[in-house]
Write a protein that binds this ligand. Structure first.
Ligand SMILES: NC(=O)c1ccc[n+]([C@@H]2O[C@H](COP(=O)([O-])OP(=O)(O)OC[C@H]3O[C@@H](n4cnc5c(N)ncnc54)[C@H](OP(=O)(O)O)[C@@H]3O)[C@@H](O)[C@H]2O)c1
Length: 266
């Protein structure tokens, strides 16, 4: 999945380039502080006009972000109740992305790092309403711990289709959360697979596998992520890296190599 964070005025061009290169899933957020969602929409429109893809060929994912995660450029009325903020944020996302629905709508992060709160329950109920109204196909949560997921489940919340987390190799590549997801058919989306794990990219095991496959260590990490059932995100700004990231699917990894990478840092 191609991630569009931190691209600012390069967002339209890089979104278009990613689609031209072969990406079909795009991740963004209605959080101007880190994403330029309207720029993503501009890039998508350029692809439609050029006849490269239609809306139906794409998987579009965006997010609802609480006020503390935003700067002054808010996509909703900060004085409105949370349910209204979700509805306003979604309406603004659809306008930015020039579509009548997204494929996945993600809660960018729970209100508290410590657990699933009543605020999250209210937001999630509003997100379910958006799904039921056809404005998103599925829902997801991001930046969650196992505790968040367990409490969310215990509270009787509708289960998410996706979990999107920063994936640290030293935590067994988020082992506990991935196991929770696997048991429930939730797809785990991993981000910062390269930037959170420099020790992996320079590890002898990974370098050897890369050399054997005439690949880069980054490609080995993405291929590994797929092998353990993750949907990896890349936000590269380089045309060459876009091609390499997509081509990483062709790397041959044995079960022993997957196990070795899975356990090399934690
Ligand atoms: N839910 C959340 O809170 C959250 C938080 C962070 C990110 N995300 C999502 O995840 C996406 C990816 O973010 P990220 O944190 O994983 O970092 P990223 O933006 O993908 O950055 C990866 C870094 O690694 C470098 N790189 C070197 N070789 C590469 C290769 N072969 N392929 C890709 N990158 C390579 C890139 O440089 P080059 O540009 O030169 O290739 C870049 O500096 C974001 O755009 C966003 O959509 C979500």
């Amino acid at each position: 999945m191609y991630g569009t964070a931190w691209k600012e005025e390069r967002t339209p061009g890089l979104t278009e380039l990613a689609i031209r290169t072969g990406f079909r899933a795009i991740d963004t957020a209605n959080q101007r502080r880190h994403y330029f969602e309207a720029g993503v929409g501009e890039g998508l429109a350029a692809c439609y006009e050029a006849g490269i893809v239609t809306r139906a060929d794409l998987f579009l994912q965006t997010k609802f972000t609480y006020v503390p995660g935003q700067d002054h450029r808010l996509p909703y009325d900060p004085h409105a109740d949370l349910s209204t903020q979700v509805a306003q944020s979604m309406a603004s996302s659809l306008e930015h992305l020039r579509t009548d629905h997204v494929d996945s709508y993600v809660l960018h992060g729970p209100a508290s790092g410590h657990g699933w709160t009543e605020y999250d329950a209210e937001v999630w109920t509003a997100m379910v309403r958006e799904r039921d109204a056809g404005r998103t196909r599925v829902l997801g949560v991001s930046n969650v711990s196992l505790r968040h997921l367990q409490q969310m489940t215990a509270a009787g919340a509708a289960p998410p289709a996706f979990v999107q987390n920063r994936c640290f190799a030293r935590l067994g590549w988020d082992r506990a959360v991935r196991a929770f997801c696997r048991e429930r058919g939730i797809v785990y989306q991993g981000f910062s697979l390269l930037t959170a794990n420099p020790e992996v990219l320079g590890h002898l095991i990974v370098m050897r596998i890369a050399a054997k496959n005439h690949a880069t260590p980054a490609q080995v990490v993405f291929r590994f992520a797929r092998a353990v059932g993750m949907l990896p995100l890349t936000g590269t700004s380089s045309a060459e890296h876009m091609k390499q990231d997509l081509a990483s699917d062709a790397i041959a990894l044995s079960d022993d190599e997957v196990r070795a990478i899975e356990s090399l840092a934690g």
